[in-house]
Every structure is written in C-alpha cells, then in structure tokens.
Design a protein around this ligand. Structure first.
Ligand code: NAD
Length: 485
C-alpha cells in the first residue's frame, strides 16, 4: 500500500469545508489502492480555478457587482465538464469540491471528460428574467475571454438554480462571439431540444437516480441484509427537493418503478403519508397553491429538515449539500440513503450511517445520469445529426422484413390483420429518446456492477468503492499518457 495523499493539505482553508470532505473521501479510497503517492496527488489536485466579479445593471438602474467562479479540476481528459450553479452560498471551496466530484463521476461512468464546476453567487429568485439573462450572458462572456469554455475546452451544463434557458443564453453568447466555430453548439449541454439539446436530457439526472436505486434494490443478498425484499415495487420513498433531479427521480420511481412516494420536502416545508400519495396530484397542488403544504392526501411536517427523519425505505436528498450531518445521522430511519444531490451527507455522517448498516448510494455515482446524457448531447452536437436519424426507418422496415420472412417459412400463414398487428408491436425503430434512455440505463447498471464488485473485493462501503473505481481509471489515463512510470 502506498502512502496516503493526505500529506498534501486540502487547498482551501476550511478543514470542515466541502472540499475537505471530498478530499477525505478520496484519501480513504486512495489508501486502498497501490498507485504512487504523486499520481494520487495529481488526481486529487484542482488544476485551474478562476474567480471573477462583474457589474450588471438591475432593472431599477442600480449597478450590482456579481461574484462568479469556474473550476477545472482535471485535464486528464478533455474537455472538462460540469454544471453552473446559481446560489448565494456559492464559494471557491464549493466550486472546487464540486469540480473534483465531477472528475470522479465522469470516470466512474466512463464518460471521457475531466471535471469542472461553475458558480454565480446569487439567489436566482431575487432577479427578473431580464436581469438573469444579463448575468448569464456576462458570465458566459467572461468564460469565453478567459478561454474557460468551448467544445474541446470546458463544457458547462445546468446545476442548482440553472436550466435549459440559461444554457441557451450561454450558447447564443458563445455563438455570437465565435462566429466560425462549427462546433459552437457543443460548447454547453442541457440546451433546449430546438437549440441543439438532446431528448431526455432534462430528466436524465433523475432518471439516472431511478436506475441507480433500481440496481441497488435488485441484489437479493444486499436487500436481505437491509431486511427488505428485492425490487423497487412498493418501496416507501421520501424525497427532499422537487426540482429537476428530485421531481424526475420521484416521478419515474412512482410511474415506472411502482415505488410508493410517502414524503416530499420542499423549501417551504414537507408532507407525509405512510400509505403513500400520488406525486402528480402533489405537484398540481403545489402549482395551484404555491406550496406542498396542506396537501389533502398527506399531513404537514414541521420542516424540510425534519422530513429526512421520516420512516421510509429509501431517502432521496435531492436539494442541497450537507443536510445529513452527525447531528441527525442517528435519526435517519431509511435503510437506503440515495444521494441525488451533490454532497448531502457529510463525511462523518457517512461513517455513522455506514456503521448503522444504512446503504448509502453515493452522489459520485448516483447523480451521474446528467453528465452521461450531456455526453450524448455533446456527441450529437459534434456529429451534427440527431441520434437515430439514419437508422430509425431502417430498423422499422427490418422488423417488418423479418416478420414477412418468418411468415414465408411457416406453413400456417399469418393473415393480413395479424401481420399488421405484429408489425405494429415489433416494427419500430429507436427514437432519440429511446437511444438516450437505453444508453443511460446501460451506463448506470454497468457502473453499479463495477462499484459493487470493488465493494465486495475490498470489504468496504459503496462510496469508497466508487472513489476507488474513479482513482483507478484516472490513474490508468495518466499512465497511458506516459506521465507516470
Ligand atoms: P433545482 O434548482 O432544479 O432544484 C432544487 C430544488 O430544491 C428546488 O425545487 C428548491 O426549491 C428545493 N430546495 C431548496 N432548498 C430546499 C430545502 N431546504 N428543502 C427542500 N427543498 C429545497 O436543482 P437541481 O438541478 O435539481 O439540483 C439539485 C441537486 O442535484 C444539487 O445538489 C445539484 O448539484 C445536484 N445535481 C444536479 C444535476 C442536474 O442535472 N440538474 C446533476 C447532478 C447533480
């Protein structure tokens, strides 16, 4: 076993900060590998961080100075890739930590990018659409000027507080400033479908969370250890955060996985019904009243934070980091904590949960669906063709040809009615969304299997196993580049 890379101090000052937490998780995994200490240090180090401030004019004519960041954690693969977060809490520690998680995440799901992350220090709800557009375009302008964006350089995506709209503004700003870049569309992912986005991207992280939880529940041996039946059906789910990730994860768990949503926490509070309720009804109630509270099919819970302690099989924190700490880890009643958000469980709380036998499915794997489908979007933009465009009709006709050939070979002929029904059932070609979802499902299932094998071999937890998987893959990249002996 080689020396721990912990000898290299975490770069930001805060020993309890997010970056220190991520580095501690990295170090715990690194100790279980035999890579040279220099390699481990290089993998853990954040390559570039840029912090900048720029003025914008508010609608009332006031000038406000906005602080923003972009961190590119690892260039072992290019471009680097990672979301842009709009939140008042954004700081250099958080951006560096999230960019590191992106490097490990991409490696775990075999997406050929280095990790990056951006952040703008604002509460998006306090700005008008026009102000947000000015902020986003100016942020993109700064990234372009600093050479921190481009299809082969660094490719942002949505994160907390941003979505398709912001990505379209970024792409448009980039397009205007770099007229002769044929691959301009690939400078950012998570765009609207009409602007080069890929079908299935907006729900991809939530769908990936669904596939990840489904994989975890598939293994009989693991479920028995948790005292549960294998399979997702009727598993009781509590989700914190009904945003992009949380909403789609909960919706797909209910509609496709036949799991039961028993609790939902949002910024204004939480609701719970041990017998479950329909998520679509709750979403409609929130649209009508502006709140999840007072939903007729469930009782109000004191706070979003209290909802984490509700009895359930699977708890999905899908809003912010640091919500499960040593303060509440002992009160968590779920058998599985599925980290849909980035960093919802602190390093010490993670140990408490593991010691209590709770299965924690780590963020670094579980929310990788977004970057996986971003990869598919980037490929679509670089190839300048919609996935499935060349093959869909061919596949459709092929299925019909096979049916007719079978018909010719059998003695009892299909009548035309039956043939038509058969063609309708099997004679379809994969749409872009079918291909994206199938690629995502395969990616999440394969990565889970890899992590689970490492967990078993090393006798460790899922998070450490996921980090070991990432470290091994990134170390191999460096070795293949001839960097290290
Ligand atoms: P989002 O802005 O779409 O949604 C966040 C939701 O959480 C909002 O509905 C907000 O009201 C709610 N929320 C905020 N504070 C809360 C609280 N205290 N209690 C309950 N709910 C609260 O953001 P998102 O894109 O869904 O991201 C959520 C998390 O997932 C973040 O940690 C982000 O880094 C991570 N993530 C997102 C993506 C992606 O593709 N969007 C990919 C990977 C990871």
């Amino acid at each position: 076993m080689s020396a721990s890379p912990a000898a290299a101090p975490t770069e930001t000052e805060d020993p309890n900060g997010f970056l220190a937490q991520v580095d501690r998780m990295f170090d715990a995994a690194a100790r279980q590998t035999d890579h040279p200490v220099g390699v481990l240090r290089q993998i853990r180090a954040c390559d570039n961080v840029v912090r900048f401030e720029f003025p914008i004019k508010r609608d009332d004519g006031q000038i406000e100075v906005i602080r923003a960041y972009r961190a590119e954690h690892s260039h072992h693969k290019k471009p680097t890739k990672g979301g842009i977060r709009y939140a008042p809490s954004v700081n250099v520690d958080e951006v560096m930590a999230l960019s590191a998680l992106m490097s490990y995440k991409c490696a775990i799901v075999d997406v050929p990018f280095g990790g990056a992350k951006g952040g703008v220090c604002i509460d998006a709800r306090e700005y008008s659409t026009a102000e947000l557009e000015r902020i986003t375009r100016r942020y993109a302008f700064e990234l372009i000027r600093k050479n921190y964006i481009g299809s082969g350089i660094d490719v942002p995506a949505p994160d907390y507080g941003t979505g398709q709209r912001e990505m379209a503004w970024i792409m448009d700003t980039y397009n205007q400033m770099t007229e002769d870049d044929l691959n301009a569309l690939a400078c950012v992912t998570g765009k609207p479908v009409g602007q080069g986005g890929v079908r299935g991207r907006s729900e991809a992280t939530g769908r990936g969370v669904y596939y990840g939880i489904r994989e975890a529940c598939r293994f009989e041996e693991d479920m028995r250890r948790l005292g549960m039946e294998p399979g997702l059906k009727d598993k009781a789910i509590v989700v914190q955060g009904l945003g992009n990730v949380g909403y789609h994860a909960a919706r797909i768990l209910q509609d496709e996985g036949e799991a039961t949503i028993v609790g939902v926490a949002e910024i204004e509070g939480a609701v719970y019904n041990p017998d479950g309720f329909d998520l679509h009804d709750l979403v409609q109630h929130r649209e009508e009243t502006g709140s999840v509270l007072d939903f007729p099919d469930a009782e109000n819970i004191a706070s979003s934070q209290k909802a984490l302690e509700l009895p359930c099989d699977v708890l999905i924190p899908a809003a912010l980091e640091g919500v499960i700490t040593t303060e509440n880890a002992d009160d968590i009643q779920a058998s599985i904590v599925a980290e849909a958000a980035n960093g919802p469980v602190t390093a010490s709380a993670d140990r408490t949960l593991s010691n209590r036998g709770v299965l924690v499915i780590p963020d670094v794997y579980l929310n990788a669906g977004g970057v996986t489908v971003s990869y598919f979007e980037w490929l679509r933009n670089l190839s300048h063709v919609r996935h499935g465009r060349m093959s869909r009709r061919f596949e459709e006709r092929n299925a019909e040809r096979i049916l007719r050939a079978v018909d010719e070979l059998t003695e009892e002929k299909f009548d035309e009615d039956l043939m038509e029904r058969l063609v309708e059932r099997v004679g379809f070609g994969a749409s872009e969304e079918d291909l994206v979802n199938s690629g995502l499902e395969d990616t999440m299932a394969f990565a889970y299997e890899e992590i689970r094998v490492i967990r078993t071999e090393k006798g460790t937890d899922m998070r450490t196993a996921a980090f070991i998987s990432a470290i091994n893959k990134i170390a191999t990249s460096y070795e293949q580049m001839g960097f290290f002996p």
